[in-house]
Structures are given as C-alpha cells and as structure tokens.
Ligand binder design. Structure first.
Ligand code: NAD
Length: 416
C-alpha cells in the first residue's frame, strides 16, 4: 500500500466526487486510486568539492493503462513521494482528458539545483536516469521537463538512455532541444492551449474573445505566451504581474513590447506602458478572463470572494485551492481546470514523441493545427459532460478522464 499524505488525498477527493457521479464500479475505483509503480533510488554524486553526496530520487508511474506513462522530472528540496504520486495521478487524468494514448507518471529528486554547478547537475541527472533505466523508454515511460529542469537536462536524459541501449533513442524523453528531436511549437504549446480554451470559454458564455478583457498572473513560459496569443486575437490584456510586481493599463498593454522589456529587465515591473499593479490588485480586476499562470495556491479563501472575473483559466497547476474553488463556483464564476486548461503542453509532447518515432518532423503550422483540433475537442468533451451531469468543469474533466481510463481498464480485464 502506498504511503498517502495530504496532496495525494486532495487528488483523491476530486477523484471521489467525480467517481460517485459516474457510479464507478467499486473494483475499478480501487484500481484507479492506487499508483501502479513507485520507484525510490539513491543517487551518489561526487560534488565539485570532491565529497560524495547521496540524493534521493523518485519515479512514480501512476498508470500505464492507456499507453506509456508520461510526466516530468522536478528538482526541488521539498520533493516528496506523496507529492510525486499526486502529480503522477494528475498526469494520468490530464492525458486522458487530452485524449492522447499515454498513462501518467512523475519524477523528482530531492536537491537544491540553485546551489549546484552544471557539472553536478549533469552527473546527478545521468545517475538518476541510470538508476531508473529499466523502467523508462519510448514504450514504457517518457519523462519531460518540470520545475527546475529544462531542455538541457532532457538532452542528458536522452543521451544517458541512448548510451545504455547502444543506439540513439530520441523518443525516450520530450521537451528536448529542437536539434535533437524536439518539436517545433512545443515551447509555446501550453500558452497556445490556454488561449484556445479562453476563446472557447468566452464563446460559451456569449462573449467574444476579440473584445474580452484579460488579466494574467505570471509572465514566464506559460503566462507570456498566453498573454501574447490572447492579445493577438484582439483581446485587451489589461493587467500582468510576475514575482516582482505588475503593470495595469485599462486601454490594453502592449504585450509584444513587454516581452522585449522582460528580456532585458527579467521582470514586468517598471514597464513604461502602464501603472504599477500588485498581485492582490490583479485578482480584483473587473475583467472577463483571469489567467493564473504562475504558481499553485494563488486563489485561496482569502481572495476568492474578491475576484470579479467572469472566467478563470487555470494555466498553472493547482492555482485555485479546493475551498476557494467552492467559493468561485458558488459565485457563478466559470473555472476551466488545470487538467484541461494547460494540457496543450503534454499534447505537443505527444506530437514530439510521435515525430521521433516516425523520424519525420512536422512544420510548426502542422503542430499548431493539430493542437488546435485536440484542445477544441477536449474543451467541448468536458463542456458537454458538465452540461450533461450539471456539474462544474473540474468535476466534468475528472468524469471524462475516469470514464476513459476506467473503460480501458475494464476492457483489458484482470491479468492473473
Ligand atoms: P516559469 O518559471 O517560466 O514562469 C513562472 C512565472 O510566474 C514567472 O513570470 C514568475 O515571475 C512568476 N511568479 C513566480 N512567483 C510568483 C508570485 N509569487 N507571484 C506572481 N508571479 C510569480 O514557469 P512556467 O513554465 O510558465 O509554468 C507556470 C505554471 O504552469 C506552473 O504551475 C507549471 O507547473 C504550469 N505548467 C507549465 C507547463 C509548461 O509547459 N511550461 C505545462 C503545464 C503546466
């Protein structure tokens, strides 16, 4: 029996609510609420000082029912088995909602990458991959970047795996540099997906994205692309904040200029095209669409009552706490949950894996067109389910995911 703490329990609570409405078979219920496999490894690394440090690493494959497990690797001092297990479960539901043939997994190493040299990080990455090598592979489990890992780390993952199997195997990992089998459009994919669901959500509420007002928290990979692409539809992005500060302009911010500004200043704070804006103020703006694209637990019981947006698009993972979610629902705010809203990233990761296996690479326009189709379908599958069961979009997304994984579990039957 796996060791389950609070984050995993929070996931189970969301799962149970949807499973009850679905009248899920109790046997399938038991199967889907346990991780398939949890791996714990010790990774000794010789540090630059000459001393040996031993780091603990995890890889949890929550489900391989729909296909190879899929999920990122994070490097952080607070990584726990409980957290990695919950994140692996969420990847399972996200892949199922996105309707891609992947299960869900996650990896993590307890370390502080901000205090490690590039050589130490490379050594740690290679040793971790060597320790879990039998469990990963294009048909088994396909890692990707997550918190504090990037395309360079994925290049080391790909190289280490390839050295072990004796040939170059690009499809073992996604989020790689383009030069070694990465996909065009991957970097922008999550933000592009956010823009697509924002467009569909406004349409559903009888609004028009090209005339909507938008506020975005976070101006990193996801937030900046979401703001940029949303502004390109004609929408007015009136507020943007990041870790340091923010900017407001009722007439609409020039997002393209802000991208250039942040290249130089590493923050949006001080951007000359608007007035200063705090994170607290951003959440109280009267806008059509609010996009939290920074961190988890940003909308809590403390500020959920003050939110005046009509729509909240969860671009980040877990930006709304469960209690705050109840407040938003009670106030009639339309929330697009993270497992749908930010699934553009894993969808294009799937495209990367397909292209690597084909050895044939698509134009960026083809990647974007296929992403558009997948996100549109995913949004409307969840919306139809929410209307059919008369539930919010989060519960509906779980219903879609659980019924897809549950159906395949039942069809495959019990191997004994
Ligand atoms: P990132 O590191 O590129 O950007 C994070 C942004 O949040 C930065 O602009 C940072 O300044 C801002 N930020 C940090 N702390 C803040 C604070 N306290 N208040 C306001 N802003 C703050 O990260 P990212 O890749 O854009 O990821 C953002 C979120 O989206 C995370 O929750 C991540 O898990 C999720 N996500 C990312 C992807 C992806 O493809 N990158 C895919 C799915 C989900």
């Amino acid at each position: 029996m796996a060791e389950h703490g609070s984050i995993f329990r929070a996931m189970l609570q969301e799962f149970d609510d949807a499973a009850r409405l679905l009248e899920l078979d109790p046997g399938i219920w038991k199967i889907l609420t346990q991780p398939k496999r949890q791996i714990i490894v010790s990774c000794p690394v010789q540090m630059d000082t000459g001393e040996i440090e031993v780091f603990t690493g995890y890889r949890v494959q929550y489900s391989i029912t729909l296909g190879p497990a899929k999920g990122g690797i994070r490097y952080h001092p607070d990584v726990t088995l409980d957290e990695v297990t919950a994140l692996a479960a969420w990847m399972t539901w996200k892949c199922a909602v996105a309707h891609i043939p992947f299960g869900g997994s996650k990896g993590g190493i307890i370390c502080d990458p901000t205090r490690m040299s590039r050589r130490e990080l490379e050594a740690l990455t290679r040793r971790y991959i060597a320790e879990i090598i039998d469990a990963i592979g294009p048909e088994k489990d396909v890692p990707a970047p997550d918190v504090n890992t990037n395309d360079q780390v994925m290049a080391w993952v790909m190289d280490t795996y390839s050295m072990h199997v004796g040939h170059t195997e690009t499809a073992v990992v996604t989020g790689k540099p383009i030069e070694l089998g990465g996909s065009l459009g991957r970097r922008e994919a999550t933000g592009r997906g956010v823009m697509i669901v924002a467009r569909e959500a406004t349409k559903h509420l009888g609004l028009d994205i090209s005339r909507a007002t938008v506020a975005v928290q976070g101006f990193g990979n996801v937030g900046a692309v979401s703001a940029d692409l949303t502004a390109r539809t004609g929408a007015k992005v009136v507020g943007i904040t990041d870790w340091k500060g923010g900017v407001y302009n009722a007439k609409g911010l020039d997002v393209a200029k802000m991208l250039a500004y942040t290249q130089e200043h590493k923050t949006v704070e001080g951007f000359p095209g608007g007035e200063p804006l705090t994170n607290e103020q951003l959440f109280t703006l009267e806008v059509d669409v609010l996009i939290p694209a920074a961190l988890e637990n940003q909308i809590t019981v403390a500020n959920a009552g003050a939110i005046r947006a009509k729509i909240v698009i969860e671009a980040a993972n877990g930006p709304v706490t469960p209690d705050a979610n109840n407040i938003l629902q009670a106030r009639g705010i339309f929330v697009v949950p993270d497992i749908l809203a930010n699934s553009g990233g894993v969808t294009v990761s799937y495209f990367e894996w397909v292209q690597d296996r084909y050895g044939y690479f698509w134009e960026e326009s083809e990647v974007n067109a296929r992403l558009e189709k997948k996100m549109h379908e995913a949004f409307h599958d969840v919306l139809q389910t929410s209307l059919r069961y008369n539930v919010d979009m989060r519960t509906a997304a779980y219903i879609v995911a659980i019924s897809r994984v549950g159906t395949v579990t039942r069809l495959r039957g019990m191997y004994a």
